[in-house]
Design a protein around this ligand. Sequence first.
Ligand code: BG6
Ligand code: MG
Length: 216
Amino acid sequence: MEKNQIKAVIFDLDGVLTDTAIYHYMGWKMLADKLNIPFDEALNEELKGIDRMTSLNKILARGNIDLSEDDKNLLCDEKNAYYVELIKKITEDDLLPGAKRALIELKNKGYKIGLASVSKNAFSVVESLNIANFFDYIVDARTINRGKPNPEIFIACAEAIGVKCHECIGVEDAVAGIEAIKRANMFAIGIGRRDILIKADIVLESLKDFDIDKLT
Ligand code: BG6
Ligand code: MG
């Protein structure tokens, strides 16, 4: 990344700004248990950042289970209803450490801020967290044809903000998300573990360690 070229930071939501990754996990684990499909940490990592139906398909493949589209839609609805119950209690206090400070700092320093989440619940979570005003653009997951690891969502966000991809930093907790950022030709910050987010340009333990001045 060349110094001074960064104009925007595009964040993932679940697992980056707030700990909804655990609620998605609980929802999928509930379904997997019901279907008697083993659900381990590796499968959970594979599901992070992946849209709802693709996630279900991966779980069913693990259990060698073949279902009709109607049955799969019912299971997706069931997982989502469970998830929506869990996120009802989200407030500003559920922002992860460093998230609010990072958003304030970026805004004050004149960077554009985007949100690129494949979650169809993203707008509601952002409202509950009371951070909607920080974003120059929030991608509507319903408008995206190919989910992460395809770069479409990050490219669409950069275009909507009015910046070039190489002028963006993407921030992600998921392997699929880091892959999407790199394929979009952006600088990738991983939030989590270096041994998992191996394709990230840098990995931070949390947004507490995020310092835009050290990166640009
Ligand atoms: C991503 C999560 O942000 O959104 C995934 O990392 C989740 O775990 C995906 O499956 C889709 O979310 P939703 O709310 O549309 O089911
Ligand atoms: Mg995520």
